[in-house]
Ligand binder design. Sequence first.
Ligand code: PGA
Length: 223
Amino acid sequence: MKYIVANWKAYFNLTQTHEWARTFSSLPLDVFIDKVTFIVCPPFPFIHVINELLYHPSVKIGAQDVSRFPEGPYTGEVTAQSLSGMVDYVIVGHSERRIHLKEDDKIIEEKCVMACSQGITPIVCVRNTADKIPDNVTFIAYEPVEAIGSGKNASLQEVLEIRKQLHISASHQFFYGGSVKADNAKDYLFPDEIQGVILGGASLEPKELFAIGKVAASHLRQS
Ligand code: PGA
């Protein structure tokens, strides 16, 4: 199985969400069954919409963040309790949150504990080997800051070297993210050491997302 995480970030309104879902669900998604899992991570307000509009065995829903607090008097927070039953995955520790929201390793660990307590799988993003991977986290994404949104994707050699330095084992699911597009996706989706990719920009375009899925599926057909 290969995973393709679609991180919409803070893009799209309701109309655009409907359009995206209409286009993506009109594509022949059955080619991905038992080969590729898409984890679609819209902004919080659209999670429910995507859940209703996009029902397919190869599509799972994720959140882009989760509160480190339990349910309670925390105005504006979206807790793991609220998300439970709505998402299977949550992205935790994306560099944009580390930078703009000042999230540190402790906060990230607390968020992972909250997610796991509700049966939601955290996908922890690390920028380099200095970022701590919380205990018991099995989905890890290497996303170097300079590769995000820049068109400067990291080389496969660099990604595999970081994987080694992070002590990633066969019990982990290891992803790469940063300027992955249909034309470079095979670099990351073909090696057995990498189980998936995280897409930002490319995930906003349903046909590009589908094309990247096809790259993953084509590899699995050959192997
Ligand atoms: P990008 O973003 O694909 O636009 O580079 C990746 C990410 O931030 O997850």
